[in-house]
Design a protein around this ligand. Structure first.
Ligand code: CO
Length: 130
């Protein structure tokens, strides 16, 4: 597995981009993940990406996260070649996942999240690129 991206929950993508543009120069990519009710901006940083996530609804996972804990680090994501095989392997080791099956992610990727109780309270995403 390799680190793919770091997910950051934000109230307003444009305001957060203003901060990062003071730190470095980049061209962000924007998209929206309807199933996660989130707007997304991707900031390339070397081989990984910062994934800014702005909720489009207060009852989304990101919306609830911000309401409870404020803006900030939301998850880290590892790339896997075969997400079903990875889920089977990790379930056999006692890890739980938030979704029974992989969910659609950005740009045709398939993702799932490991339950933070078993991962030292860090939400870990597995992502298989589309
Ligand atoms: Co992510």
């Amino acid at each position: 597995m390799k680190l793919d991206h770091v997910g950051i929950a934000v109230k307003n993508i444009d305001e957060t981009l203003t901060i990062y543009k003071k730190l470095m120069s980049f061209q962000e990519t924007r998209t929206e993940v309807a199933t996660q009710k989130a707007k997304v901006a991707l900031i390339p940083v070397g081989e990984i990406t910062l994934e800014l996530l702005e909720p489009t609804s207060e009852d989304s996972a990101i919306g609830k996260f911000i309401a409870e804990r404020g803006e900030g680090l939301h998850h880290i994501a590892f790339e896997v070649e075969d997400i079903e095989a990875a889920m089977e392997e990790f379930r056999a080791k006692g890890f739980r996942f938030l979704y029974e099956k992989p969910a659609p992610g950005k740009f045709g990727s398939r993702v799932n999240f490991m339950h933070p109780k078993e991962t030292g309270r860090i939400l870990i995403e597995l992502t298989q690129h589309g």
